[in-house]
Design a protein around this ligand. Structure first.
Ligand SMILES: [Zn+2]
Length: 190
């Protein structure tokens, strides 16, 4: 999947989870950081690719990307596995608890949002032909549906002209249907 499909997918997943499992306490700053966090979370799994936009945020990012790409040597390995999910969760938990001012931003909600973005990425990738190596380092790729030829080809017309718009149509439809619970979230922030 391309980065923009992952962006859209992450936002759709965040809105869905927020409507069904609304946080009991939410301030505006946490809400904004959570939306950005879900987007960043959705880009983290592809950091093993040197072209990832997240590397552009770092100085000399591209070289670092190239080095790490050599370390991971193949796209979709560790970062697209269960071990990767647990590792990134533990790492982010450690960083966020130390890095954020707990009175101002709710680091639990932000951590959950980043992980929602991350997991939405894995779900989206599992819909593609390549699938994902959930049990890495075991080289078995999993996908939905299990029959490979029924899955999506990354970056091709079906993704760009069907899947991508469909995700946004879903978001608009979902917001319509769940207006009340989503508005409730905003009311909390005022
Ligand atoms: Zn990916």
């Amino acid at each position: 999947m391309t980065a923009r499909t992952h962006d859209a997918f992450a936002f759709a997943t965040l809105v869905t989870v927020a409507a069904f499992f609304p946080p009991s306490n939410l301030n505006l700053a946490t809400l904004v950081v959570s939306i950005i966090g879900a987007d960043i979370g959705a880009l983290i799994p592809d950091m093993d690719g040197a072209g990832n936009r997240l590397w552009d945020l770092l100085p000399a990012g591209d070289n670092l990307g190239k080095i790490l790409r050599r370390v991971f040597y193949k796209h979709r390995t560790l970062t697209h596995s269960i071990i990767g999910v647990v590792a990134i969760y533990k790492l982010l938990e450690w960083v966020l608890v130390r890095g954020l001012n707990a009175g101002f931003l709710d680091e639990k909600i932000i951590l959950a949002s980043i992980m929602i973005g991350y997991l939405s990425h894995l779900l989206a990738d599992s819909l593609t032909e390549e699938g994902i190596p959930l049990l890495f380092p075991l080289r078995i790729n999993f996908g939905l549906p299990p029959i490979k030829s029924w899955r999506i080809k990354t970056g091709k017309w079906f993704e760009n002209f069907i899947v991508y718009p469909a995700v946004w149509i879903y978001v608009i439809w979902f917001i319509q249907v769940h207006q009340e619970s989503l508005l409730q979230l905003f009311r909390q922030t005022t």
